[in-house]
Design a binder for this molecule. Structure first.
Ligand code: 13P
Ligand code: SF4
Length: 348
C-alpha cells in the first residue's frame, strides 16, 4: 500500500475513533466494527500481556468470559483481588459498582468496564439525595450498605458488606446498636431474621433474584425429590424458606462441592452454574425458573459484557472508570472497614 493511502486510512480510523468516543456516554461502549477473522481469545490474551492488564470476571459472566478471565470471584473476592493486583490495567467483566469499587481501592490503576451501562437494579434503587434524607431520620443508626451501590452511597455509609461478609460484620456491632441496612430489603430481612437484629431497611431489590417462581421451584422439587434447593440471600423470603442452603455466590459454589447431594436446584444467576459444573462434573445443576417465560435467570446487566466489548475496551482502554478524589476517600472508609474485618475473619 502506498504511503498516501495508508495515511488516509489512519485518518479515517482516527476520525472514526473520535466519533465513537463522543458516542460513549450514550452508547456505553465503543461500538466499532471488529475484523471477523480475528480470534478474540488470542487477541485478548495478547493485549493483556502487552499492557500488563488483568481481566477480572464475576461468576455471573458468560462461560467464555469466565474461561478467559485471570480471576473469577464473587463481589468480595473481586474487591480483594483488585486491591492486591500489580497489573497496570484492570478490565472488569462485571457491573459498574464492582469496577468503581476496584477504582476506589486502587486509584493509581486504570480500571475499564466493557460496557458503562452495565448497572444494577439495587444500585439504581438507592440514589444519594433520597438516601441522605432517609438516613437523617435515624441519626443514632449505623449505616451498613451492600456493596451493590454507588460510590455516593458508600460515602454515606459506615460499613460496606457483601453477601459473604455481612454476617461477620454485623456480629462485630453491639447487640443494641441501631442499624440502617441498604439497599437490598431481601438480604436485609434475611440477616435481620437470622441474627435476630432489628434493622431499618431501604426498599431496594435485585430484579434477578426477586423473580424466582416459588410454584415452579416446588414443581421442580417434586420431579427431583433428591435435589437440594440452594439460593442466594437476595431472593425473596418464600424461596429462602424452602431452601436447603442459603449463601453468597462463592459459598453456594463451595456448598455444591462439599455436599453429598448429586442434584441441585440453583436459585441464583445462571452464570455460576458454569463453575459448579466444572468443579463437580458428575453432579446435576438445574437452574431455578423465574416467573416469566424463560427457563433460567440471567442478569441483563452482567450479560451486557461480551468478548467483543472486552477486546475493544482492552485495546482502547475505554470506557474508563474515574472518580472524584474527595468522594473516593469518603467511600473508601466504609469499604476499608469491610476489607479489614473480612481479612481478620479469614473470609475470601
Ligand atoms: P455476590 O457475588 O457477592 O454473591 O453478589 C451477588 C450479586 O448479585 C452480584 O451482583
Ligand atoms: Fe444487580 Fe441483581 Fe444483576 Fe447482581 S444480579 S448485578 S444484584 S441486578
Amino acid at each position: 500500500m502506498c504511503e498516501q493511502n495508508f495515511r488516509k486510512m489512519e485518518d479515517i480510523a482516527t476520525v472514526d475513533l473520535k466519533e465513537k468516543i463522543a458516542e460513549l456516554p450514550e452508547r456505553g461502549f465503543l461500538d466499532m466494527e471488529i475484523d471477523p477473522t480475528l480470534d478474540l481469545f488470542e487477541e485478548i490474551q495478547k493485549l493483556k500481556k502487552e499492557k500488563n492488564a488483568v481481566l477480572l470476571a464475576h461468576y455471573y459472566q458468560d462461560a467464555d468470559i469466565q474461561d478467559i478471565a485471570d480471576y473469577i470471584g464473587d463481589s468480595l473476592q473481586l474487591a480483594q483481588y483488585a486491591e492486591k493486583t500489580d497489573a497496570d490495567l484492570i478490565v472488569f467483566a462485571g457491573v459498574h459498582f464492582m469496577a468503581e469499587t476496584a477504582k476506589i481501592l486502587n486509584p493509581e490503576k486504570k480500571v475499564v468496564l466493557p460496557d458503562f451501562h452495565a448497572g444494577c437494579s439495587l444500585a439504581d434503587s438507592c440514589l444519594p439525595g433520597p438516601f441522605a434524607e432517609f438516613k437523617a431520620k435515624y441519626p443514632d443508626h449505623v449505616v451498613l450498605s451492600y456493596i451493590n451501590c454507588s460510590a455516593e452511597i458508600k460515602a454515606l455509609s459506615d460499613y460496606i458488606v457483601t453477601s459473604s461478609s455481612a454476617e461477620t460484620i454485623l456480629n462485630t456491632l453491639p447487640a443494641d446498636q441501631k442499624i440502617i441496612f441498604a439497599p437490598d430489603r431481601n438480604l436485609g430481612a434475611y440477616l435481620s431474621k437470622k441474627l435476630n437484629r432489628n434493622m431499618v431497611l431501604w426498599n431496594g431489590s435485585c430484579i434477578v433474584h426477586e423473580i424466582f417462581s416459588l410454584e415452579k421451584i416446588t414443581n421442580l422439587k417434586e420431579k427431583h425429590p433428591n435435589a437440594k434447593i440452594i439460593s442466594h440471600p437476595e431472593c425473596e423470603e418464600a424461596v429462602l424458606n424452602i431452601s436447603d442452603y442459603i449463601g453468597s455466590t462463592s459459598n453456594l459454589l463451595k456448598y455444591t462441592i462439599s455436599d453429598d447431594a448429586t442434584e441441585f436446584i440453583v436459585a441464583t444467576e445462571t452464570g455460576i452454574i458454569h463453575k459448579m459444573m466444572q468443579a463437580s462434573p458428575d453432579k446435576t445443576f438445574i437452574p431455578a425458573p423465574p416467573n416469566n417465560a424463560c427457563a433460567c435467570n440471567d442478569c441483563p446487566f452482567m450479560k451486557m459484557n461480551t468478548l467483543e466489548k472486552i477486546y475493544l475496551c482492552l485495546k482502547y482502554e475505554l470506557p474508563e472508570i474515574t472518580i472524584d478524589e474527595t468522594l473516593r476517600l469518603k467511600a473508601k472508609k466504609s469499604i476499608d472497614r469491610m476489607m479489614e474485618i473480612s481479612a481478620q475473619a479469614g473470609i475470601k
